[in-house]
Design a protein around this ligand. Structure first.
Ligand code: 9MR
Ligand code: ZN
Length: 548
């Protein structure tokens, strides 16, 4: 396995040894359970680890599946409820090993949550918490303002965004918000979680999110505006973070970053109030200062990389959804009617009210409003609820047509498709939580099953989890540490039919169906990078399934 020269020698994609696809982590005893068989056969068996047949059935045709470009049959073994380890066999082929049990997702829930710790910047990861993946502290030198190099400031801390070492406010705010909502909506799931991180005193996930929030606070300037990102001028080579010693820069304020900071700080203020009043009030103050800045700057201040910088842009075309999210969170926190009228005005613009990604954040604003304990305009509440319900109904229709049971259209297989996958599952989870509608639970689960192996490549897209799993993500420390086993719990971007990097184009033949446009190769940033906001929706979905 040559991991050193990936930039000159991309490897052929590793092929799954399995011909039948299952969630490699497993199924709850009382859940629906379907293996996916991409070939015709007469019958299937579910076999335990001693080789005994424990269930037999006949596969049912699910017809032609567009996204994977083939006919699909499903093997329904929902009636098998006994705890244990199994695999599915049919037509001389077999699935990966999986378990049936009430605890099958605990490990993936913990590891995807712990992934944020491994991405911490500005501190060392010690052996006690990080095991073999420990490293020295990184990126602690003072940074320079890109536009005025005489000014230096301390912006250490937070999480590395992704496979690169950049730290971007809008991306960070979105990931932190997914985790905070996961905690707010499904607190039970986090009660028993032990992430083995240095802090204690509150649920581990809140200590972890606080690490990011403390950094976000440093990105706010004295006027309340928020710098868009802190990165070096160019992406670092594939070295350990402590060996990336290039000059760190802080890039200009954007209105998206400012609004997102106001939003996430307001949200966090409400959550941390129960643990640390001083921190909660600091967050509230920051949120209010950024909201005042937004008042003084009604115009859109976007972001594009200046000449000489090639790190992530996270540009957006407008800041409508960001402002809506900010006012909605501030209203939920304070009950101040001025924020209510601002959120209503923000809604005059056209933007999706259920979007949960890092760019379009309208869904986070809607969620803030719906979960708020403040007085609500009934019409507005009804409208936002209907939007979530309508979205779920639309997704349900798409999922019912898919052989894999997921609501992914062909266009959803783009850069970071696993974020699309997991935010769709979030929509189902939100519908269950807000309307008490349990019918959506199975839909959410099937999206997780796809992530964990019930997909056309039979691969688990989470490092360290599943019998056949991705292990070579485009993630600098995972390459530079020379450790064969990747840092666990990282969600890969996943199939991207646009093949947006040279390595992807080199190894994936033209005409490959969207669901198969993936290679577990360090070289491919458009197929196999990891990011904080691809992990965070997975944590949300797992919190829902483990704690609800
Ligand atoms: O996740 C982003 C994806 O949706 C975009 O298509 C892509 C190209 O603009 O950028 C991705 O974001 C990258 C960011 O700019 C820098 N850090 C790594 C991110 C994941 O590749
Ligand atoms: Zn760092």
């Amino acid at each position: 396995m040559n991991r050193k020269n990936f930039d000159t020698e991309p490897r052929s994609p590793r092929i799954t040894p399995f011909g039948i696809f299952v969630d490699q982590l497993g199924y709850y005893p009382d859940s629906g359970k379907k293996a996916i068989i991409p070939f015709e056969c007469n019958g299937f068996d579910v076999v335990d680890m001693d080789g005994n047949v424990r269930f037999s059935g006949t596969p049912v045709s699910a017809g032609y599946d567009e996204a994977s470009g083939g006919n699909v049959w499903t093997a329904d073994f929902s009636d098998l409820a006994e705890t244990g380890s199994y695999c599915v066999k049919a037509g001389g082929k077999t699935s990966a090993m999986f378990r049936i049990g009430n605890d099958v997702y605990y490990d993936v829930f913990d590891k995807t949550s712990k992934a944020f710790y491994y991405l911490r910047c500005g501190c060392g990861l010690d052996k006690r918490c990080a095991g073999v993946w420990h490293h020295e502290k990184c990126h602690t030198a003072p940074a320079k303002l890109w536009e005025n190099r005489d000014v230096t400031l301390d912006v250490s801390g937070g999480w590395h965004d992704a496979g690169d070492y950049g730290r971007y406010v809008t991306a960070g705010a979105c990931a932190a918000a997914h985790l905070l909502y996961a905690y707010k909506m499904f607190p039970k799931a986090f009660g028993k979680q032990k992430l083995n991180i240095p802090e204690s005193g509150c649920p581990d996930i809140l200590s972890e999110v606080r690490y990011e929030l403390e950094w976000l606070l440093k990105m706010q300037d004295s006027e309340g505006g928020v710098y868009h990102k802190a990165t070096t001028a160019q992406h670092a080579p594939f070295v350990m973070p402590e060996d990336d010693t290039a000059e760190m820069y802080v890039f200009p304020v954007s209105s998206m970053a400012t609004a997102d900071l106001a939003a996430v700080c307001a949200l966090a203020s409400g959550v941390y109030a129960a643990y640390d009043k001083a921190f909660a009030s600091k967050l509230r103050g920051a949120a209010e200062r950024s909201a005042e800045w937004l008042d003084r700057h009604p115009e859109f201040i976007g972001f594009a990389n200046p000449e000489g910088c090639n790190t992530g842009g996270y540009g957006e075309r407008d800041d409508f959804s960001n402002r809506f999210w900010a006012y909605s969170e501030l209203y939920a926190l304070t009950g101040d009617l001025k924020y209510h009228s601002k959120l209503v005005s923000a809604m005059k613009e056209d933007f999706p009210l259920t979007a949960l990604g890092y760019g379009e954040v309208g869904g986070l604003g809607s969620l803030a409003y719906l979960l708020s304990k403040q007085g609500k305009d009934v019409n507005l509440e009804y409208k936002l609820k209907s939007m979530f319900r309508r979205k779920a109904e639309e997704l349900k229709k798409t999922a019912d047509k898919s052989g894999y049971g997921i609501a992914m259209t062909e266009d959803d297989y783009c850069w970071g498709s696993n974020m699309n996958l997991m935010t769709k599952a979030m929509i189902f989870a939100i519908n269950d939580a807000v309307f008490n509608d349990r019918t959506y639970r199975g839909y959410a689960k099937r999206h997780l099953h796809y992530l964990l192996g019930a997909n056309a490549l039979g691969i688990s897209y989470v490092t360290g989890l599943g019998e056949f799993r991705c292990n070579y993500p485009h993630l600098r420390p995972a390459f530079a540490d020379r450790i064969e086993e990747c840092i666990p719990g990282m969600v890969a971007g996943g199939p991207n039919k646009y093949l947006s990097d040279p390595f992807a184009r080199q190894v994936i033949p033209e005409g490959t169906p969207p669901m198969k446009c993936y290679a577990d190769d360090t070289a491919s940033y458009s197929l196999n990078e990891i990011t904080i906001y691809w992990n965070s929706p997975a944590v949300f979905v797992l919190a829902y399934l483990c704690g609800n």
